[in-house]
Design a binder for this molecule. Structure first.
Ligand SMILES: NC(=O)c1ccc[n+]([C@@H]2O[C@H](COP(=O)([O-])OP(=O)(O)OC[C@H]3O[C@@H](n4cnc5c(N)ncnc54)[C@H](O)[C@@H]3O)[C@@H](O)[C@H]2O)c1
Length: 335
């Protein structure tokens, strides 16, 4: 049994706290929001973000970071990616030397274009850092629907501790050393999901969606390889696995935001309707900048940026994508 602290009490933090408590760990969940903590204490249910899923009685809730982190051996960072730096900065004084911080937020930081594990390492240098990612909607994990994810760390033992801590009969965890591959796969699939939603909003079909997902993973792969990650990771749970679930599921807020854009709503109208943080919007900007920095062609990312930030028409953008210069499917295959 481990002392585990979950930072963030939204849908993912809550769902993972259930996995951890069911595995026999001593779990405390921290939220910045006192009303959220009151709701969780009173109803043992995240009524706003994960309704209908009841939390085990053993889980504690607090707004007090020092209390939450005091003895924690393993810390799960489950706040949305734009809040990871501020949360880890406030948490750092209370994080024990050698504690493992597992990032489960998916995104790239605005302006710095850093990944979440890079931010955690910067803010909390005394911690060992890992990532847990894959096709895993909170709505299903909270209901014990079989799910598989990958635990990544540069240190094999750390990845194995994360695997042991989370794994059970409905939550299978693999390990991997390819942290950058996992992080980029998990963040950039949100950008492709915005485009997948737009395809549905435009009324296009399964052929279009399959094409977008296939060319989307090709685009992500080029960037991952340029940044030192591995192609095998893109064929895995945090690559194609997460891309499939995010581009096709009704639970995906990125896909849903894209759907509204495809239906002709403006950026602001789409964001207002989805209400939650749409991380693909931040990652779209970051992916464009990283693509330029590493000299990687990312036409879908460019198209998504044009719709989000240049008010481009979704249908016109899709025609432009289809009518780009003719090319071969892979530059690596020789005749
Ligand atoms: N929901 C999922 O199914 C799922 C699955 C895998 C990964 N993730 C990732 O987990 C992260 C959290 O997503 P979520 O779905 O739980 O989000 P959410 O919108 O359900 O929860 C947001 C939570 O963030 C916290 N929060 C809000 N403002 C904050 C601030 N300023 N500082 C610190 N904390 C603040 C609050 O506890 C709030 O409930 C995201 O990066 C997401 O990509 C989510």
């Amino acid at each position: 049994m481990k002392k585990v602290c979950v930072l963030g009490a939204g849908s993912w933090g809550t769902a993972l706290s259930i996995v951890l408590a069911n595995n026999g760990h001593d779990v405390i969940v921290w939220s910045i929001d006192p009303e959220e903590v009151l709701m969780l204490k009173d109803y043992r249910e995240q009524r706003d973000k994960l309704p209908g899923v009841i939390l085990p009685n053993t889980i504690e809730f607090t707004t007090d970071l020092e209390l939450a982190l005091g003895d924690a051996e393993l810390i799960v960072c489950a706040v949305p990616s734009p809040f990871v730096r501020s949360t880890m900065k406030s948490a750092a004084p209370f994080v024990k030397n050698g504690a493992i911080v597992v990032d489960v937020a998916k995104g790239i930081e605005d302006h710095t274009y850093k990944t979440m594990t890079e931010i955690i390492k910067e803010e909390c240098p005394q911690a060992q850092v890992a990532i847990l990612s894959g096709p895993s909607h909170a709505e299903e994990v909270g209901r014990k629907i079989p799910t598989t994810v990958v635990a990544g760390s540069k240190n094999k033992e750390v990845a194995e501790v994360v695997q042991d801590t989370f794994m059970n009969e409905v939550f299978r965890v693999y390990t991997s050393p390819d942290v950058i591959g996992i992080e980029l796969g998990g963040s950039l699939k949100n950008v492709i999901a915005l485009a997948a939603g737009a395809i549905d909003g435009l009324g296009f079909g399964d052929n279009t969606k399959a094409a977008l997902m296939t060319r989307g993973i090709a685009e992500i792969s080029r960037l991952v390889i340029a940044m030192g990650g591995h192609i095998e990771t893109l064929a895995g749970l945090s690559g194609i696995g997460d891309l499939i679930v995010t581009c096709t599921s009704k639970h995906s807020r990125n896909r849903n935001a894209g759907f509204l854009l495809g239906q002709g709503k403006t950026y602001q109208e789409a964001m207002d309707e989805v209400k939650m943080v749409v991380e693909g919007v931040y990652s779209a900007k970051a992916a464009l900048a990283l693509g330029k920095k590493y000299g990687v062609s990312m036409p879908i990312v460019e198209a998504v940026n044009a719709v989000l930030f240049e008010d481009a028409d979704v249908r016109e953008v899709s025609v432009k994508l289809l009518m780009r210069d003719r090319t071969s499917e892979s530059e690596k295959l020789e005749w």
